[in-house]
Design a protein around this ligand. Structure first.
Ligand code: ATP
Ligand code: MG
Length: 484
């Protein structure tokens, strides 16, 4: 499975230089962790971490003597030295032991010197416990190679203890499920439930980073399913601002989707499996993946779920879902534009289906309306939103079990085409540069009229057409004023 292409990369060659330098100074040194795992899986690593028997001060000394630049501002108390070579940075960590206590993530103490074996024992999963030597040979003290081959995620040592030490490892577990598509060993899985209470000590920032990595991963559906089946999503983490801590629920709003029945005429899945199928289907982009995860979160809620002529209904789930999505994303600390865009997608996703199902409805009129009602500042914003809505809509149809997604795709393309021709602001109009001055002092009225007419579709967005219509409007306004 191993592919040798990584050896051609500069970042790898730099890592080898660091290893050689440390070895020549009489220390042990290995590439370790994610890079070794990725190489064994035939992937090209994005960065390289190094471990060494050298103490931090010796690491710094040996590397500086050989002309490397080292920065030791952060991490020195953890035995981590950052080395620069060309445009690359490497973390060189001294073999260390860690002791854990009350904190849900950070060790209470770290000490060195230590041994390779002790250093491996502190690492999270067997697949992350591999070390690689300069000649490419692997040192595997934890059966990591075997677990890579079997596609299994297993903690190094007793999972209950390892998750108790550092609760973030449970989120890393779900994240690696997503990134690697591996299954979780049953003993490792059993270590999660007794340690859910430890999640409350984790910072929102760390949890959010892991959830984002899950959302962007290749096997996102597997990752999110692990997050929910483990009940990690129902826990609270904490956010500390100005010395006070607040409890922040992670994603309890997803719970009711599990096994939620859906109208069988439209769906092959329950609410959660449908959501997973849609998330998996949309491209790996944070806006789209969040929108897909939350698009049906309003389904089944009180006041939404109903029965009509013997059928399940969820009228208004888009609007209720949008309110829930806003609450969730705001408590995660996302910025206003990001939140508005995801919320807009959740709120509009049913409209997409409406237009696909009602080919005679006036699509242009709706898109025009969006320019006035929504947060878009210019055409580019509207186009992006429509591209996302089309992707979400198509994924929603595919995730319902419909084989023929052709009509939705065609409609999505049409929506995007119309959005591209739809000015949102007067700056989206293609007028001659001189027009605003020519029509002064009526610039604002003239430009607004031109904008509305182009939006309605009764004026072309070309310099010639705008010039002619602009000057005509200017004359009308002048005449009117003279009459008055
Ligand atoms: P990525 O591809 O995301 O960089 P990675 O496995 O390299 O994945 P890092 O967070 O960069 O993950 O950590 C590097 C290595 O440090 C891991 O492979 C693992 O051996 C160890 N490690 C990282 N975080 C933890 C943790 N919370 N508990 C134990 N070991 C950890
Ligand atoms: Mg890494």
């Amino acid at each position: 499975m191993e592919c040798k292409a990584y050896r051609e990369t500069e970042v790898y060659q730099g890592a080898i230089l660091v290893l050689r330098t440390l070895q020549q100074a009489g220390h042990e040194a290995y590439i370790v962790g994610g890079a070794v795992r990725d190489i064994q899986m035939g992937r090209i690593p994005h960065d390289y971490d190094i471990v060494t028997s050298a103490l931090p001060e010796h690491t710094i000394h040996s590397l500086r003597e050989s002309g490397f630049t080292t920065t030791n501002v952060v991490g020195l108390s953890f035995g981590v030295v950052v080395v620069r070579w060309k445009d690359y940075e490497y973390e060189v960590a001294s073999y260390r032991n860690e002791q854990y206590g009350e904190d849900s993530h950070r060790p209470v103490s770290v000490d060195f010197p230590s041994t390779f074996l002790a250093d491996v024992q502190r690492r999270d999963f067997t697949i992350n416990g591999l070390a690689m030597m300069v000649d490419g040979d692997i040192r595997d003290e934890v059966q990591g190679l075997q677990d890579i081959q079997k596609g299994i995620l297993r903690t190094i040592g007793d999972s209950k203890k390892r998750f108790q030490e550092d609760a973030l490892r449970m989120f890393r577990l779900c994240r690696f499920v997503g990134q690697l598509g591996f299954t979780i060993d049953s003993d490792t899985w059993a270590g999660v439930a007794p340690n859910l209470y430890r999640v409350q000590g984790l910072s929102l920032e760390r949890v959010r980073t892991e959830i984002e990595k899950m959302l962007l991963s290749d096997h996102v559906a597997l990752a999110l399913d692990a997050l929910v089946r483990s009940h990690l999503h129902e826990q609270c983490c904490q956010q500390t601002t100005g010395g006070t801590s607040r409890r922040i629920p992670i994603l309890p709003e997803l719970t009711h989707l599990v096994d939620l029945p859906q109208a069988p005429e439209y769906h092959v899945h329950d609410g959660w499996n449908h959501t997973l199928a849609v998330v998996q289907q949309v491209p790996p982009n944070l806006v789209l993946r969040w929108a897909a995860l939350l698009h049906d979160v309003g389904k089944g809620m009180d006041g939404v779920r109903g029965f009509h002529k013997g059928r399940i209904t969820d009228y208004n789930h888009d609007r209720v879902g949008a309110i829930m999505a806003r609450q969730i994303l705001e408590r995660f600390g996302y910025g206003k534009d990001f939140v508005n865009l995801v919320v807009w997608l959740v709120e509009r996703h049913m409209r997409f289906h409406f237009y696909v199902a009602n080919a005679s409805a006036d699509l242009r009129k709706w898109i025009h309306k969006e320019t006035g009602e929504s947060q878009f500042r210019e055409t580019a914003d509207l186009v992006l939103a429509m591209e996302y809505l089309a992707a979400l809509g198509v994924a929603d149809v595919a995730g319902s079990g419909t084989k023929d997604i052709g009509p939705s795709q065609v409609y999505g393309e049409r929506m995007v085409r119309i959005a591209k021709s739809m000015p949102v602001h007067t700056k989206d109009l293609q007028y001659h540069r001189t027009l605003p001055k020519t029509v002064a002092p009526y610039t604002k009225e003239v430009m607004t009229t031109l904008l509305e007419r182009v939006q309605r579709g009764d004026l072309d967005n070309t310099p010639e057409a705008l010039q002619e219509a602009g000057i005509a409007k200017y004359h009308r306004l002048m005449k009117k004023e003279h009459k008055e």
